[in-house]
Design a protein around this ligand. Sequence first.
Ligand code: CTP
Ligand code: CA
Length: 226
Amino acid sequence: EADVKKKLPLVGKKILITAGPTYEAIDPVRFIGNHSSGKMGFDIAESAANLGASVILVSGPTNCKVSNSLIDVIPVVTAEEMYNACFKYYENMDVAIAAAAVADYRPKFVASQKIKKTEDSFKIELEKTKDILESLGANKKNQFLIGFALETENEIENAKRKIQKKNLDLIVLNSLQDKGAGFGKLTNKVTFIDQDFNLQVMELKSKEDVAADILERVVEYFNSKK
Ligand code: CTP
Ligand code: CA
C-alpha cells in the first residue's frame, strides 16, 4: 500500500487535460487554425497516467497518439466543442490542465458553400470564442487548476494577470525567447508561477521533462493537502 502510493501517487485521481489546436471553419473546406502539435498536452497526459491518474484528454486535431490505457481521448475540432467536452467532465475532476492552443477568434459566419475566388479581396469577420480556462476558473470547486501562457512581451506581468483573471493555482509560462522552444519543437523553456506569485524558472528541456515537472507540482499539491 505505502509502496503503491510512492510509485503511483496519483492513483484514484482524475485529471482533465486539453491539448492541440482548434480549427474554426470558414467554409466547408477551409478553417483558421494554428501550429500547435498537441505534444505538450499529450506528454502531460502520459506523465499523469504513468503516476496512476485517470486522464480525460480533450484534444483538437493532432497526429499524437496515447499509449497508456488510463487515458481517454475525447477528440474535438472547434473551441466550442472543446468547451462543451470539458464541462461534461469538469465537475468530477481533481485537477484540470489547459495546454490547448484554443483559437481566440472564429469566423462570425460560416459560408455554407466553398467560397469562390471571384472577388479581388474580401474580409472575414471574426468573433471571440469562449475562454475555456477562464470558465473552468469561474466554476472551480476543489479542482487544482493549471493554465499555460504564451507571451512575447512583458511575460511575467502578463502571466500574473492571467493567474488572477482565470482563477488559476499555477501557470506555466512559455518563453518563445529561446530558439529551441515552442511550437513544433521538442523542447520548451518555461517558468512556473503560483497564486502567490512565487516563480520557479526552469531550464530549457524536453516537453516530456516539462510534463514531469508539472506533474511533480500536482503531486506536491496532493501531499500538502493531507
Ligand atoms: N485558453 C482557453 N480557451 C481560450 C483561450 C485560451 O482555455 N479560448 C487557455 C489556454 O489553453 C492556456 C491559457 O488559456 O492555458 C492562456 O492562453 P493564452 O493564449 O496564452 O492567453 P489568452 O487568455 O488567450 O490571452 P492572449 O492570447 O490575448 O494573450
Ligand atoms: Ca490566446
